[in-house]
Design a protein. Structure first.
Length: 227
C-alpha cells in the first residue's frame, strides 16, 4: 500500500472526527487541541495531527497561536452580530447571482442535499445533519461562479457555524430544512429578489436562536474520542 495515500486517508478520518465533535458541540469554541493526546487517541504521529490542525486553521475552524498551540476558534459576544451581518450580505448576493443561472443539475443537487439533511436530522444524527446543512450553503456560494466572493462566503459560513456551536445549547440551533426547501423553490422559480430576501430571513433565524452563556469547562480529549 502507498504510505502517502494511507497517511492522507488517516488525515481525512481524523479531520472528519474533529469536525463532527465540533458541530455536535462536544468540542466547543475555545477548547484546546493538544497534539500529544490527539496523536495517542488516534494512534498516529504528531505530524499527522499537525497537518489536520493546520488544515482546520486554514478553513477558519481552528486557531493556532505561537507557544499556545491550537484551539477551536472562539468569538466574543460583541463580535457576533458583525459576522452574521457579513454572512447575511454575502450569501444574499451570491444566492441571487446563482438564481439567474441555476442549472437543472444544480437544482437537483441542492434538493438532494436538503433531502439527506432532513433524513439525518430525523434519525437523530445531528453532526452529519449539520454538516449536510453546511454543505448546502457551501454549494450555493461556490455555484454562484465568483471565486473571491465564494471564498469569503465559505469563511463566514464556517465562522458562524462555530458561533452557533459556542452560543447554543447542545443539540439545538443550526438551519431549518424547511427554509432550505423554500430557498430552492424560489431559485427554481427564478425570483432573485425573493431568494435574497429568504436568505436574509434564514440567516436571521439562525442568529435569533443564539443564547449567550458562559464557556463550559475544557473537555477530556481521551474520553471524547474513545471508541
Amino acid at each position: 500500500m502507498d504510505k502517502s495515500k494511507g497517511s492522507k486517508n488517516q488525515e481525512q478520518v481524523i479531520y472528519d472526527r474533529l469536525f463532527d465533535v465540533i458541530l455536535e458541540q462536544k468540542l466547543q469554541p475555545g477548547a484546546r487541541l493538544i497534539e500529544t493526546p490527539l496523536s495517542e487517541v488516534f494512534g498516529v504521529s504528531r505530524t499527522i495531527i499537525r497537518k489536520v490542525l493546520l488544515r482546520l486553521s486554514l478553513e477558519g475552524v481552528v486557531e493556532i497561536k505561537p507557544n499556545l498551540g491550537a484551539s477551536v476558534v472562539t468569538t466574543p459576544p460583541e463580535e457576533v452580530p458583525a459576522f452574521f451581518e457579513a454572512r447575511r450580505q454575502i450569501e444574499g448576493i451570491l444566492s441571487k447571482m446563482l438564481t439567474g443561472n441555476l442549472t437543472d443539475y444544480q437544482e437537483q443537487t441542492l434538493r438532494a442535499i436538503v433531502k439527506e439533511e432532513n433524513r439525518l436530522l430525523k434519525n437523530g444524527n445531528l453532526a452529519k445533519g449539520l454538516r449536510k446543512s453546511t454543505e448546502f450553503h457551501f454549494y450555493i456560494v461556490e455555484a454562484a461562479g465568483n471565486k473571491p466572493l465564494a471564498e469569503f462566503g465559505k469563511q463566514m459560513i464556517a465562522r458562524t457555524s462555530l458561533i452557533v456551536s459556542q452560543y447554543n445549547l447542545p443539540g439545538s440551533g443550526g438551519c431549518a430544512c424547511v427554509d432550505h426547501t423554500q430557498l430552492v423553490d424560489a431559485m427554481s422559480a427564478g425570483d432573485g429578489d425573493e431568494v435574497q430576501r429568504l436568505m436574509h430571513l434564514h440567516i436571521g433565524h439562525i442568529e435569533d436562536q443564539l443564547q449567550i452563556r458562559e464557556q463550559e469547562s475544557e473537555p477530556d480529549l481521551y474520553e471524547l474520542f474513545k471508541d
